[in-house]
Design a protein around this ligand. Structure first.
Ligand code: DGL
Length: 265
């Protein structure tokens, strides 16, 4: 396999990274993709950074063993915990991480109030604090950890009454404060866009960073002469939980049925 034809490894704690995988596939249709859903260890949001770093090391080694030419951490929580560690371990390997879209949100807000929905791990991290210092000094940012949302999405629940109630509780303080720009700082949350659209005023802009991450991957591959010339082989999925669970919810979140295998590490 030539370097250009090598696959790109994409990982998340579960199915959230599929929202990023879709952007990558749309922008780079020639790329062959490997996706690891660490569903046996989801949610990452309430776990320690050290635990998440260990998981990411296992998954990075798995992609390396399959000759991946790049890795995408399609998970905000994994990025704050592990991207520096992985960069130190694999200095020559293109690695793309995620971060909440604070910069575009600060530029877009008209009311001067921005809301961030993300996991506890992301919001408590030094990396997120640095992002606010750098880009949000002129706006008011209200952060909202959202325990429970990821579990609903992992179960294939995108619009039950219980989920709507949970989301309403999380949105209330942000909307009351006059937030007109809402950052989805967890890759699971874009799957809630249709529900969110029915729950926030029409003039609230909802922002996520999946498309920006796909563009960053494109830049890194292009710089190194690694963009695939195609055609892509099919996308392969691995899960660290029972593959039957992922097979069941994949059709809800992904456009076609690809093979799902077991990832045991
Ligand atoms: N999808 C992840 C993120 O972007 C993590 C969700 C979780 O496992 O808590 O933060």
């Amino acid at each position: 396999m030539s370097d250009r034809a090598a696959p790109v490894g994409v990982m998340d704690s579960g199915v959230g990274g599929l929202s990023v995988l879709a952007e990558i596939q749309q922008l780079l249709p020639n790329e062959s993709l490997l996706y690891v859903a660490d569903c046996g260890h989801v949610p990452y949001g309430e776990k320690s950074p050290e635990y998440i770093r260990q998981r990411c090391r296992h998954i990075a080694a798995f992609f390396q063993a399959r000759g991946a030419k790049a890795m995408v951490l399609a998970c905000n929580t994994a990025t704050v915990a592990a991207v520096a560690d992985l960069r130190a371990l694999y200095p020559d390997w293109p690695l793309v991480g995620m971060e909440p879209a604070v910069k575009p949100a600060a530029a877009a807000t008209r009311s001067g109030v921005v809301g961030v929905l993300a996991t506890t791990g992301t919001l408590q991290s030094a990396k997120f604090a640095a992002l606010l210092d750098r880009f949000a000094s002129d706006v008011r940012v209200i952060t909202q950890p959202c325990p429970g949302l990821v579990e609903c999405i992992e179960a294939g629940d995108l619009h039950s009454p219980a989920l709507r109630r949970l989301l309403a509780d999380y949105l209330q303080p942000l909307l009351e404060a006059g937030c007109d720009t809402l950052i989805l700082g967890c890759t699971h949350y874009p799957f809630l866009r249709p529900l969110l659209a029915t729950m926030v005023p029409q003039d609230v802009t909802i922002i996520d960073t999946g498309a920006a991450v796909a563009r960053q991957l494109q830049r890194l591959l292009d710089e190194r002469g690694l963009l695939a010339e195609g055609p892509a082989r099919s996308t392969c999925f691995w899960t660290s939980a029972d593959p039957q669970n992922l097979r069941k919810i994949l059709p809800l979140l992904w456009n076609k049925a690809d093979s799902v295998q077991s990832f045991r590490l």
